[in-house]
Structure formats: structure tokens, C-alpha cells
Write a protein that binds this ligand. Sequence first.
Ligand code: NAP
Ligand code: MG
Length: 462
Amino acid sequence: MKAHDGMYIGGEWRAAAGTDTIAVVNPADEQVIAHVPAGVAEDVDAAVFAAHEAFPAWAATPPAERAARIAALRDVLVARKDEIAETVTAELGAPLQFSQMVHAGVPILVAGSYAELAASYAFEEKVGNSTVYAEPVGVVGAITPWNYPLHQIVAKVAPALAAGCTVVLKPAEDTPLTAQLFAEAVHEAGIPAGVFNLVTGLGPVAGQALAEHPGVDLVSFTGSTAVGKQIGATAGAAVKRVALELGGKSANVILPSADLAKAVGVGIANVMGNSGQTCSAWTRMLVHTSQYDEAVALAAEAAAKYGDRIGPLVNAKQHTRVRGYIEKGVAEGARLVVGGPEAPCEQGYFVSPTVFADVTPEMTIAQEEIFGPVVSIIRYEDEGDALRIANGTVYGLAGAVWAADDAEAVAFARRMDTGQVDINGGRFNPLAPFGGYKQSGVGRELGAHGLSEYLQTKSLQF
Ligand code: NAP
Ligand code: MG
């Protein structure tokens, strides 16, 4: 695959400071498809300097003009959507149709939403005898994971640019080609030099240098809890703004009055999409004891249909990790209904769609984020029990509630300690704030709430 051998800094592809490279591997066949430079602190320095230089002019650019540039970026993503889908499929392994619909499609929606928000947002308001201005925070350090390579980038960069911030991005080492393609799109869209900068590299090297850089005013991170805690501590010590999106262990709560077949079918599809590598996936299915056996049978049937339709996991480490969790589920006494820890293919990091029944709330597979195609079906006795189980993890990112009518589901959802809940299969809304309660994180992405993360207020009194 096509790859740049430099960093996108100050509006051009510049030679990397070091000579080390990262091999990009196709997880479906384990072949190396490209190499990208492994950035070091000097590359991060240069990128932060460029972002700092570009900040005053971009911050002073009228919101309508920033909106026009983001709309142009959206148009480039539309024009290159097939290439985006092919690139994500090559480096992440997602089936091409899923890459087209989700990996290319969603970022186009989100970029479009920020083109509109940049133009319509109230960056100035009157409060009594004051005028309150919403001003950009400054230089943003964005650190993104590989699970939705382009979405995770656009969900940070589009609102940052709409706010008037400038950005340095350190994308995941597993999916740098999508990030390079995004940098090309930024360039084609006529976004001024230095407003967006890209440094590819390893987390503990380039990522850490970016998070610690004194020239960065706000760090936005999505990824593991372990790294997120470290980044939060670093930002705290420097009194720096920080946004953390750290994954989840979300509950799909099926109340007894619900359409069971639909709730189970949608729930299984929700986890199997992207091979279970979705932070908001409903990996715990909560079913009333009276419907438990029927739900398990329906889930087994639905999951088995995914057999050869899901892609591999992203890399060898995740392959080992996810299969380890499946082994742990068996060892702790959960009942394997479909799937299992054996690799279904000799080549590629594939894991079979897996469903566990007789999972108790305290088991490891019911508590920890697995990040693979694994669903745990948990039994509850009454609504109070269901609520205790739903809220009984350190996470609180997403969830679902199913009932005969929306009002019953809403009453339950309002008591869940979680940031986003789909009611009776509610549709994705690119304007709805996304982010976690508890250890799922700090801050929100998407829509106007996502934009306000990149703003700070100044009030003038008259
Ligand atoms: P990760 O290491 O937290 O990766 C996220 C991003 O942080 C990557 O760009 C990574 O770079 C970077 N990074 C790593 N160490 C860093 C450091 N010390 N300072 C600054 N940046 C650093 O996550 P992972 O290893 O890819 O995945 C592990 C687990 O995290 C998964 O199994 C899953 O449970 C969870 N996860 C959650 C999400 C989510 O959407 N919330 C996404 C992915 C993974 P490298 O790419 O070089 O590591
Ligand atoms: Mg990592």
C-alpha cells in the first residue's frame, strides 16, 4: 500500500528526525503492507511548533470560513471514500462492506456535522451585563486508537478545528495509513499550513512526548484505561485540559416485556460488528430468569450466523489477549454456547464469534473489557437486580434497554450510570454527546458538547 516516509508538519511532508520505521501488517493474512516512520520527540517538537505558529491566525479566522474549510474536508473524504475503506480494511482487517458503511461513512457524517456547527455555534453570548466569548483552548495533542481509525481522528480533529484550535495527531501504530490519508485530505481541503499536523510513531515514544509537551494546551486521548490514567496524571500535573475516552463494559438490558428476539439479535450484531473492537459494545446481555434459556438459544443462533462474516482482530497481541479471556471464562465456570478460544484459521488474527451463558456478574469476562467478539449472557431475578448488575462495573460508557414501550425503557435507562443508552434499538446520532461515566472517561465527543471541549470562556463586563 501507498505510504509516506515523512511526517505531515506545517503543511508539507517533512523527513522524519529518526530512521526507525513501523511495519504495518494486514491482520487478515499477517503480511507487511507498508512502513511508516516511527516519530521521536524531535518530530513532536517540530509539529507542536508548527501548530503553535498557526494558532493565532486560525483562531482569528471567522467561524464561517473555518466551517467552509471543514466542509471542504468532508467533501474530500466523500470523494476518497473507497480509498479510505480499502485502507482501513488493509490495516485493521474489517470486511470491506463494513469499512465502506461505517469506517468511511461515519467520519463523513461527523465532519459534515462540524462544518454546520462551526457556522451556527454561539461563540459569543450576552449574560446580564456581560458578554461571554467562547475562545479556542490552543494547541491540541490528539492520541487515537486503531479500532475506528478514521472516526477516532475526525471525532477529535473536526471539533478542534471548528473551535479554532490547531492540532498535532499521534495515531495508533497499527493504523497509520488511514491517518496519512486523512492528512492528505486536510491538505487537499485547503486547511492552512500548521493547523493540522501528523506524527506517526509508538505510544511510549511519540505519544508520551506529545502528552508531556509544554506547548500542548489540551490532550485528547482515546484508548486503554492504563494509558489513560497516565495521561490524565501528566495533564493534571501540568494543569492542562484533558479528555479521556477509555472504553467500557456496557449492558444490553432486556426487560421482560421486550421483543426478545429483536433485542437479542440486535445485541449480538452490536458486539460482532468490527469483531467486537468497539468501546461502546454491549458485551453483557442481561436477561430475566423466565426468558433466560430462550435468549441463550436465540443468541447462539444469531452469533453462529456471523461465523465467517467477521474480520480478524487487529494484531497478534489482541489475538492472544482475547483468546486468553475466553479461556478464563471457561476456567471460571461460564458455559460456552458457541465459539471458543481456538483460532478458526491458520493465518490471520481471527477469533470465532463467542457466546457465554451462565455468566455471573463478578466473573472476569463480566467485569473487564475484552475487545473481541465475545458476549456474556447474565441472568437477573428482578429489575433491582438488573440495575445492580448493569451498574456493577468500573465502566459506564454506553448501554441499551429494551421494553414494550419507550417510557418503561427510559425509566430504567435514567437509573443507569452510563453516558449513552439506546432505547429499543435507537439509531446512531452523530450529534449526540458520546463519553463515559465513572472510569470510562472524562469529557464528551461529538455534537455541540464535543465542540465545547475545545473552548474556554472569557467574560467581559459592561
Ligand atoms: P493503547 O495502548 O491505550 O493505545 C491508544 C493510543 O495511545 C495509541 O495511539 C497508542 O500508541 C497510544 N499510547 C500507548 N502508550 C502511550 C503512552 N505511554 N503515552 C501516550 N500515548 C500512548 O491501547 P491498545 O494497546 O491499542 O489496546 C489495549 C486495550 O485498550 C484494548 O484491548 C481495549 O480494551 C482498549 N482500547 C480501548 C479503545 C477505546 O475506544 N476506548 C480503543 C482501543 C483499545 P500505540 O498504537 O503505539 O500503542
Ligand atoms: Mg498499545
